[in-house]
Structures are given as C-alpha cells and as structure tokens.
Unconditional design. Structure first.
Ligand SMILES: [Zn+2]
Length: 256
C-alpha cells in the first residue's frame, strides 16, 4: 500500500508549499507541479503490477526455478494444443481462466485440472473497463469467476491475476475480502504482440532468469507454436519449470 504513504506525503508537501510559496508569484506553478507528479505516480502504480503500489502482488518465485502461467483462456483451439505440449514434456503450468470462457468450455477447465495444472481466477468478464468498476461490481465479478471454477472442478482458487495487470485501491479491499492472492509476473513474453513464435521465443530466452513467473496467453496461436521450444530451451539451460504453487510456496486452492 505505497499509495497511502505517497498520498499522505503529497498532501503534506502540497500544504507546506502552499504556505511557503504563497507570497511568491509562482505558487500556482509549484502546486500544479506537485499535483502532476502525484497523478503520474498514481498512473504508474496502477499500470505497473511489479511496483506493488496499491496492493502487494507476488511477482517472482522463492525457489530457483521458473513457472509458466497462461492467461485469457480457455480457448477451444489453442488451449488443447498447449495442454498436449505440456503433457508431452511433463510440465505443470497455471491457467488464469476468464470466468465467462470457463463457463462456455467447462470440459477444458476440467481437463486443465485433471492433467495436474492449476486453475486461477482472471475475473469473470475481463472487461476493458474493469479498472473503473465500483468495489461492489468488482467483488461480484471476481466472486462470479471463482463460483464458475468451483462448480467445474470442485475447488476454489486463491490465485488471482488482475486483467491487464492493472490494480487500484478497490482491488486491495476486494482481494482481501475474497481471500485471493494477486499474482503478477516477472517476465512478459509479449506474446499478445507477437506475429510468430520466434518473437516470443526471443523475448523469453534473452531475459529468462531463475525465480521468474512467465506471463503467456493460451488463447494465442503463436504461443501454442512457441511452447515446445520454450520448454526445451529452459531444460537445456538447466532451469527447472515447476508449478506456480511450488515456486511461490503457496497453496493454490481454498481448503475451507
Ligand atoms: Zn488477461
């Protein structure tokens, strides 16, 4: 909750500057500069999940291995391909599913679970304006995703990945009420912008390091194309790929 500290400091400096510079001709410039800096910091904190500005996310692992995470599925075409590669290589990953897609393809969510992978919450709607949802609307959306997953696999996830990696003060409250852990990432594959598998492979292998949580998307064809090579590269480098729960040493489901 760096946001609360920054807000406190900003208000204090704003008030003090108002007093100190009141008699000068440039008080409005000083106050505007402080206000702009505060807004810039808030925008940065909301867009950059690793800054832990509004809430503390888990962005890297505790063990010297890496974990694969897939967002935005399940997808009827690409998720089965990704599952097949993972099965062949005997690798366990985490799928942050979108609730409405999970409800549309419950068989895929069941398959993810049956094949030993972890299912996480990535909101029900994945609405592009979810960052502007009221606290109640946000809570309903995240709870709805958990209900869909529980109805399919019989377990309630505690791992949550914020859509677009955007956080704000409302998330902090909602996540603690729903007992969800915010899971960020340390390595972005940039697969949402990649035109082919080589761009993804290049983005990952040039920056890969121990403890990384790798962000991928199981609804994209280039990602499904790249996965085999990505796993091979890690294995050849001697980097172990472990389930997210092992990497961050937290249980993935609620035991109540
Ligand atoms: Zn997403």
């Amino acid at each position: 909750m760096k946001h609360n500290i920054v807000t406190f400091i900003a208000i204090t400096i704003f008030a003090l500057s108002g007093i100190v510079f009141w008699e000068t001709g440039f008080v409005e410039y000083v106050l505007s500069a402080i206000a702009l800096l505060y807004l810039a910091l808030t925008a940065y904190g909301s867009a950059k999940i690793q800054s832990n500005y509004f809430l503390t996310s888990i962005n890297y692992g505790k063990r010297k291995s890496v974990a694969l995470t897939f967002d935005d599925g399940p997808d009827p075409e690409t998720t089965p391909r990704i599952l097949a590669t993972l099965r062949e290589k005997n690798i366990k990953a985490t799928f942050f599913v979108i609730g409405k897609k999970a409800a549309a393809y419950p068989g895929l969510v069941q398959q993810i679970q049956d094949e030993g992978h972890i299912v996480g919450n990535h909101s029900f709607t994945h609405h592009y304006l979810i960052g502007f949802f009221s606290t109640q609307k946000l809570k309903n959306d995240l709870a709805h995703c958990n209900e869909v997953i529980r109805d399919i696999i019989g377990k309630t996830p505690v791992f949550f990945r914020p859509p677009f990696g955007v956080t704000n003060p409302r998330y902090a409250g909602v996540l603690s009420q729903l007992q969800l852990n915010s899971i960020g990432w340390s390595l972005r594959s940039m697969d949402t912008r990649a035109k082919n598998k080589y761009q993804i492979i290049n983005n990952v292998i040039t920056r890969l390091k121990a403890r990384d949580i790798i962000l991928l998307h199981d609804n994209l064809r280039p990602t499904a194309d790249a996965l085999d090579d990505l796993i091979e590269h890690c294995l050849q480098k001697g980097i172990k790929i472990v389930p997210l729960s092992d990497l961050i040493q937290k249980e993935p489901y609620d035991h109540n």
